[in-house]
Design a protein around this ligand. Structure first.
Ligand SMILES: C[S@@+](CC[C@H](N)C(=O)[O-])C[C@H]1O[C@@H](n2cnc3c(N)ncnc32)[C@H](O)[C@@H]1O
Length: 263
């Protein structure tokens, strides 16, 4: 597969690979692994199917509810309060594997609400990157199916979305906060997304992608995110990925959330 598609599956965590293969075998009603390997080798298009499954880009608005709730009620108000005290009127956030944009728009909604309530001006910049260009195009279109907005309150749906048939379309006013661009977290092309120029982020979201990768690749991603964080900045992972960050130089901010503060 490496030769045919230039995808090095040795980077992936074995349990993730096994889960994906099992899902595919179930869908095809194939019970034996060797039979599936034969199928993968012989049937045109099957390796592309497998690549699509491995490039899992599932996402949803406010996906990890505890994490977003803690960000909304505790972390963001405190961060913005500190910035106002220091007369620093910019907040910089990196959504480092943004898929089709649900994470970046969720952050933009939280910031928009805070900015509208605040008595001080605050420039908010969200740099949203992903390795997958097709997902980034979807992010820029901002059109989602109902399943993606299941965790969004009715109040926010009314304020930040319009509906068209069964689709939910993100309010264009949120676009001013977000810059979408391609960036591979495992490339050698520097630590921070070029669009951000110098990084120095208050927060980096690195959520629901660490579990794909084997330890050494996972560590490279965690290091890259950490190098771009400002002192005291926050790293946000998926709630099931918390154990992967614990060995690093971070303090877990709230038990069970995926929020860590750089020491
Ligand atoms: C499951 S989605 C997670 C999306 C979002 N962060 C969330 O939590 O809902 C994982 C995303 O990671 C992206 N990804 C995987 N490897 C990457 C890499 N090396 N660099 C940048 N993005 C990557 C995939 O393209 C996919 O869109």
């Amino acid at each position: 597969m490496k030769v045919r598609h230039e995808l090095d599956i040795s980077m992936y965590e074995t349990s993730f690979l096994e889960r994906v293969i099992k899902t595919r075998m179930t869908a095809l009603s194939i019970e034996d692994k060797d039979d599936y390997l034969l199928f993968l080798d012989k049937v045109p298009g099957e390796s592309s199917e497998m690549i699509d499954l491995l490039s899992n880009s599932y996402s949803a608005f406010f996906r990890n509810t505890l994490t977003y709730s803690f960000l909304e009620h505790v972390i963001l108000p405190a961060l913005i309060g500190q910035k106002i005290k220091k007369n620093e009127l910019e907040i910089r956030i990196w959504s480092a594997a943004c898929a089709s944009g649900q994470e970046a728009y969720s952050i933009a909604i939280l910031l928009d609400e805070i900015v509208q309530r605040a008595k001080h001006p605050m420039a908010c910049h969200i740099f949203a990157t992903d390795i997958n260009v097709d997902e980034l195009h979807k992010a820029q279109r901002g059109v989602y199916q109902a399943a993606a907005v299941e965790n969004v309150s009715l109040k926010r749906i009314r304020k930040y979305f319009t509906t068209q048939g069964y689709n939910f379309i993100v309010e264009r006013s949120l676009e001013k906060y977000i810059d979408f661009s391609v960036f591979d977290l495992l490339s050698e092309q520097g630590n921070c997304p070029p669009a951000s120029v110098y990084g120095n982020f208050d927060m980096v979201f690195c959520s629901n992608l660490l579990f794909y990768y084997r330890g050494e690749y996972r560590q490279r991603i965690i290091d890259k995110a950490g190098n771009c964080l400002a002192a005291g900045g926050f790293l946000i992972t998926g709630e099931t990925e918390r154990e992967m960050v614990k060995e690093n130089n971070y303090r877990e901010v709230f038990h069970s959330s995926g929020i860590f503060q750089k020491r």
